[in-house]
Design a binder for this molecule. Structure first.
Ligand code: GLN
Length: 553
């Protein structure tokens, strides 16, 4: 039968519960088990798709089109567990479903209440993942214990052990053990309080994972064990990683977390841990002796997590190319103020990620022009492709007011416009072109060379598209549409063959990259950045020369 792990957090948020869940998933997979991962988010939005990245960081998109929490990105990067919309529930999504059932008469005259109707709905969401082939379902509860809005989720996971048996459930609680400089010591009291809070609602944690800046001394670990009623060996230190988040699973192995989980859940099917390739990957990262500077010009760069998957994909591409990727996060508005020359000086490659709304767009256009004219590798994602099209129309085709109708509905040259399917859409939640779509590639292009395939599948999240009325003019001026939907109706990838590496994609390839399997486009983009860097070194005048593309008009 399937076993269940619940991961909760205390003391503060942002402790890395998502990474810890992903790491536990990885360790169990590497002991031969089949896992599934899911996250509960206690906020009321039905999904994070309607939230600003400033509020919530990146919106992570799945194949089935679900717009989810960015922790699901960690799950996918660390494990092979398939994810679907059943892997992320918010309070809003749970209530919406219960209210729809109530309206449909499903509850047959009963008063509909938090307990049992909401909690049952939550428990159904957990059980849904426990198909007969699955050994362990790992469920992360967002927020911290004690939050009012998280209560139904905590109550549901408490009840869950009554339904399936306490021995089939494992409660892991993540806390912070802060270092107090004035006292010169680590403090365990917040952890004691946090566990006290959990026990008050009927959950006795089996394992405590203590996030610390410093080594957790033996005495402190013993104190935590005693006060929190947890076995000493189940108090696990998880020290901050200075190097890479991909070390987290190794540090959990060093603290024997995998053994503890296997033993406590009697996972008799578990085999020996196979982590050699992962260890080699980390050792390889430490041995890098070359680097590349990539500018990411976006609108939300101040928020650490707004482009999470993009940053991770760049690191994966670094792993594939054996080089450290220095990511220079550049506010698009800074490019508008300072000019691209100054804001982007010294870069080896430019990436423009996805985004919405007008703010900063003109900075992105300047940045792209700079990369195109200086033969600096460029990679545009979603809005990045759309900006590349606008820039090309303005500066190569000579259409100075070319724009996307998203930014100027009255532009005389709408090179990017609303997709037909979007014209009648009136609500914003979950109504974009979302999820996996096939893309047909043109042989002989950079995209085809990267993917080494004729048809690929990538995830999408957009409403606007390249306007087909401009295809011929773009092609005449040297732009190649190297990827389209299989019926040819939508542009999916564009590139400039007469440039070292200039590729824009309508999709979000950053959602399909893994540390040990870099996305082919990111991999080739970084390889092009390295080439640019070495050529720049051997010919310093190179980067100031224009590209070979003719300026028309
Ligand atoms: N705002 C653009 C659109 O809706 C791009 C979206 C994105 O970059 N994800 O098409």
């Amino acid at each position: 039968m399937t076993k269940f792990i619940f991961v909760t957090g205390g003391v503060v948020s942002s402790l890395g519960k998502g990474l810890t869940c992903a790491s536990i998933g990885l360790l169990l997979e590497r002991r031969g088990l089949t896992v599934r991962l899911q996250k509960f988010d206690p906020y009321i939005n039905v999904d994070p798709g309607t939230m600003s990245p400033y509020q919530h960081g990146e919106v992570y998109v799945l194949d089935d089109g679900a717009e989810t929490d960015l922790d699901l990105g960690h799950y996918e990067r660390f494990t092979n567990a398939p994810l679907s919309r059943d892997c992320n529930y918010t309070t809003g999504k749970i209530y919406l479903s219960v209210i729809e059932k109530e309206r449909a008469g499903v509850y047959k005259g009963h008063t509909v209440q938090v307990i049992p109707h909401i909690t049952n709905e939550i428990k159904e969401g957990i059980k849904k993942l426990a198909t007969p082939d699955v050994d362990v379902v790992i469920t992360e509860v967002g927020g911290t214990v004690g939050d009012i809005e998280g209560m139904p989720f905590f109550e549901a996971i408490r009840q869950f052990s009554l339904d399936v048996g306490r021995n089939n459930c494992l409660y892991i609680h993540l806390t912070l053990v802060p270092y107090l400089k004035a006292a010169g010591e680590l403090k365990t009291k917040p952890t004691q309080h946090s566990v006290g809070e959990l026990r008050k609602i009927g959950i006795q944690p089996d394992i405590l994972i203590c996030r610390t800046e410093r080594e957790l001394p033996k005495d402190e670990a013993e104190k935590i064990a005693q006060f929190c009623n947890v076995e000493r060996r189940a108090v696990i230190e998880e020290r901050d990683k200075d190097y890479t988040i991909y070390e987290v699973p190794l540090s959990l192995v060093n603290n024997k977390l995998d053994e503890l989980v296997v033993e406590k859940l009697s996972l008799t099917k578990a085999g020996p841990l196979k982590m050699d390739d992962w260890r080699e990957m980390i050792a390889g990262m430490r041995a890098w002796d070359r680097d590349v500077n990539v500018a990411v010009v976006g609108k939300y760069v101040k928020h650490h997590d707004a482009y999470k998957s993009v940053y991770e994909s760049l690191i994966h591409a670094g792993i594939a190319n054996h080089c450290r990727v220095h990511i220079r996060k550049v506010e698009a508005e800074k490019v508008e103020q300072e000019g691209a020359e100054k804001a982007l000086s010294g870069i080896d490659a430019l990436l423009v990620p996805g985004g919405f709304d007008k703010r900063g767009v003109y900075g992105k256009l300047d940045a792209i022009r700079y990369a195109r004219e200086r033969s600096i590798p460029f990679f545009g994602l979603c809005l990045g492709l759309q900006c590349a099209a606008i820039e090309f129309a303005r500066n190569v085709l000579g259409l100075p007011d070319a724009n996307s109708t998203e930014f100027n509905p009255d532009t005389p040259d709408p090179v990017v416009c609303l997709m037909d399917a979007q014209r009648k859409v009136t609500t914003i939640g979950g109504t974009q072109r979302l999820g996996a779509y096939d893309c047909k590639l043109v042989p002989g292009t950079k995209a085809h060379a990267a993917y080494k395939a004729d048809v690929v599948s990538e995830r999408h999240r957009h409403r606007f598209e390249f306007n087909n009325e401009y295809r011929a003019a773009f092609q005449r001026a040297g732009m190649v549409f190297s990827g389209t939907t299989p019926d040819g109706s939508l542009v999916e990838i564009l590139e400039i063959p007469d440039h070292p590496w200039f590729v824009g994609v309508q999709c979000h390839p950053e959602f399909k990259s893994k540390p040990n399997r870099a996305h082919p486009l990111f991999r080739d983009f970084i390889a092009a950045g390295l080439t640019h860097k070495s050529e720049k070194k051997s010919d310093p005048g190179r980067s100031s020369r224009g590209s070979q593309i003719a300026t028309v008009g």
